[in-house]
Design a binder for this molecule. Structure first.
Ligand SMILES: *Cc1c(COP(=O)(O)O)cnc(C)c1O
Length: 462
């Protein structure tokens, strides 16, 4: 595909401006080397020099059915011919109504109402505030509830409310004076177990730690917030099977609301449309974003129960409504992309094809696991991670300054696979639409890239 002739700026200028004026997220701009994608197709990204890369991280964990999917493109185009945006504040639009109804149909029964926003952080923020207000308006009110319980190394987005429940020291530590109080349960890490705890006993151990905190704080707790099954930004930390189910049971037992942040793990990534289905759990709040629009547009949803909804009803004079909203809440273009994304799941039987893909990915992981430096390989559905360690026996990590994860990802980029690590963890999270051949390429390139870095030992981080 050639650039339009009227291209106003040459590539050198664009690269210079990119470094000077475009401040990129989670990026050290002093060291940033411009990588400019001009277009994408299926599972492939194309840069300005015409090089192509397999999109190994779904354009940051959000693409589902591939780029430029004809059905989603068409849905957005059709909506564009009606209206790009009309407000959801006291007004509505057909595509938003249809999407809300469809989400309620598909979500675990019990989730009956949908509040739209526009990104993952706001989806969580909405749940945090709704839960808070719920306890002040339920009968009898319980205004003493001001605390949240969240997990070690949790990531729920970058606004201050989401950062408060987050627990990644590197991202969140500095902002501590600005944050509200949170009770922290240990991260239920299936790889780095506490001393003396065997894998068979890990689930029970973590559940017991959680139970004790709940017992102690439940009367003060607004809600428990968690990323079910996989804590993504933490480094794709995977919980022991059964943990989610028991957490949900305990929340019910102690009457604490459960917020499940499925921003990363929802929309089919773990093998079911929603991760909570895998352990038969229905939370009080389900937060969706990233893949909700197939990775097309910023749209998020916070689903909740009738119990919560009812506490907000009353006359205007009672002032019980949810005083929260964002200008682009439930944007119609995003809603059209989301509806089409859900339709494609059905038409292409996306979830039925996943087990074969997951199996193929697992075969590559098993091979990668044999390499030196590889301490752990783990996978849930089409979310996979390869953790590099200095010492496989002690699981001692490489010092973070060495940027080993980045070194491997740079090798992969040279070989035509676009990856972005989380510290020492290589993330493999391709679009669900990836083919078996593309999975082979992904697996092979990761294998070779680790080998190449190991061979060089001193291979540069950039
Ligand atoms: C990415 C992510 C978020 C934040 O979503 P944004 O759209 O980036 O605000 C929240 N929670 C989880 C689990 C995520 O992975």
């Amino acid at each position: 595909m050639s650039e339009p002739r009227s291209q106003p700026l040459d590539w050198e200028t664009l690269r210079r401006l990119d470094r000077q004026v475009f401040w990129h997220p989670f990026t050290q701009m002093a060291e940033y080397e411009p990588l400019i994608f001009t277009h994408a197709q299926g599972c492939w990204l194309f840069d300005h020099q015409g090089r192509r890369y397999l999109d190994g991280i779904s354009s940051l964990w959000c693409n589902i059915h591939g780029h430029r999917h004809p059905k989603i493109d068409q849905a957005v185009r059709e909506q564009l011919e009606r209206a790009a945006h009309t407000t959801a504040l006291g007004a509505s639009h057909p595509v938003g109504i249809r999407l809300a109804a469809r989400l309620v149909e598909l979500a675990p029964s019990g989730l009956e109402h949908v509040f739209f926003s526009d990104n993952g952080a706001t989806a969580v923020e909405v749940a945090l505030k709704m839960a808070f207000q719920f306890w002040r308006q339920c009968s009898p009110p319980q205004p003493q509830r001001t605390l949240y319980l969240a997990f070690g190394q949790a990531y729920h987005g970058d606004t201050l409310g989401s950062v408060s429940v987050g627990g990644v020291e590197l991202f969140h530590g500095m902002f501590e004076p600005l944050l509200f109080r949170v009770v922290r349960a240990p991260v239920p890490d299936g790889y780095r177990l506490p001393p003396g705890i065997s894998p068979q006993h890990a689930c029970q151990f973590y559940v017991e730690q959680f139970r004790r905190l709940l017992e102690k704080y439940h009367q003060q707790l607004v809600a428990v917030v968690m990323e079910p099954l996989v804590q993504a930004a933490a480094g794709m930390i995977m919980h022991p099977p059964g943990f989610l189910r028991q957490v949900a049971q305990l929340c019910r037992q102690y009457d604490v609301l459960l917020i499940l942040d499925e921003v990363a793990v929802g929309m089919g990534r773990t093998g079911t449309l929603f991760a909570c289905e895998q352990e038969g759990v229905c939370p009080d709040f389900l937060c969706l974003a990233k893949g909700l629009t197939g990775g097309y547009l910023p749209l998020a949803a916070t689903l909740t129960t009738h119990r919560v909804w009812e506490a907000f009803l009353g006359s205007y004079a009672q002032r019980r409504q949810f005083f929260h909203g964002h200008t682009y809440c439930g944007n119609p273009l995003g809603a059209a992309a989301a509806l089409a994304t859900l339709e494609v799941f059905e038409e292409e039987k996306t979830l039925e094809h996943l087990p074969a893909k997951a199996q193929r990915l697992q075969a590559h992981l098993d091979r990668i696991a044999q390499l030196p430096w590889v301490g752990d390989v783990r996978r849930r559905g089409l979310i996979a991670a390869v953790e590099l360690v200095r010492n496989r026996a002690t699981k001692e990590p490489f010092p973070w300054e060495q940027q080993r994860g980045w070194a491997v990802c740079h090798q992969a980029r040279r070989r035509g696979v676009f990856l972005r690590p989380l510290g020492n963890v290589i993330v493999l999270m391709p679009p669900l639409a990836i083919s078996l051949d593309e999975i082979d390429l992904l697996g092979q390139v990761v294998y070779e890239s680790i080998q190449a870095c190991f061979a060089q030992e001193n291979c540069p981080a950039h």
